[in-house]
Design a protein around this ligand. Structure first.
Ligand code: SF4
Length: 221
């Protein structure tokens, strides 16, 4: 079996990005707003297709005052839209936030459910968001949120050979030591946004190049 050097790669990347700001959802301490499963869920919904800085500013504007499903449903949809603008798809997201808040109150007694099945049953919550809520909202470290970067990069490194983020989640859980699970998502998202980019990755300046199999990398810089 080929050596994967997982611990070495994780160690190098953690040191490389030690001063890089983490996205709001994965930070342990939140300053302006209370960190709860509900605020993590709403901030994660705002983050989809949106830059980290915009997500953070919009999350604070919305969640500073309206940080429970009960207060959120008192807001007209247009007010939510104004508070979260300019996140991507802000009109769709405003509707989703209201609908999801209503479901949480009516079906889950006002509390964000702590089961994947229940989270996934709500319209607008996909597997990545549900896993993020489990890890960063409910502090359940048995989950591994996978997005496009977390799927692409372990395949390039030669750790796994998978076709979908769902398969990647299953396979990575078998080989990634548990101590790395909590940092894996934000570390690989940052790595994927800055060096191991989707098209033409920056292999020449990559800190883990000597451990990478560069699988399916046809063009790089
Ligand atoms: S060497 Fe290239 S493909 Fe491999 S991890 Fe680094 S940037 Fe990505």
């Amino acid at each position: 079996m080929q050596k994967k050097n997982i611990d070495k790669i994780m160690d190098i990347l953690q040191k490389h990005y030690i001063d890089h700001p983490q996205p709001l959802v994965s930070r342990d301490k939140w300053e302006q707003i209370p960190k709860t499963p509900y605020t993590v869920l709403i901030s994660c919904l705002l983050s989809l297709r949106t830059k980290d800085e915009i997500t953070e500013e919009s999350s604070i504007r919305l969640l500073e005052k309206y940080n429970t499903p009960q207060t959120m449903i008192t807001l007209p949809k247009q007010t939510i839209q104004q508070l979260i603008y300019p996140v991507g798809f802000y009109k769709v997201k405003a509707k989703r936030i209201k609908d999801i808040s209503k479901t949480i109150i009516e079906t889950y007694n006002g509390k964000v459910p702590d089961s994947m099945q229940d989270l996934l049953s709500m319209k607008g919550i996909g597997r990545k968001t549900a896993n993020i809520v489990m890890v960063y909202g409910h502090n359940n470290t048995n989950h591994l949120p996978i997005d496009t970067h977390c799927h692409r990069i372990p395949n390039r490194l030669g750790w796994i050979s998978t076709k979908t983020p769902g398969e990647t989640e299953t396979e990575l859980k078998k080989i990634l030591p548990k101590k790395h699970w909590k940092v894996f998502n934000h570390l690989f998202v940052t790595f994927g946004q800055t060096i191991c980019t989707p098209i033409s990755p920056h292999c020449n300046t990559c800190p883990v190049k000597s451990y990478c199999k560069q699988k399916n990398v046809k063009k790089h810089r």
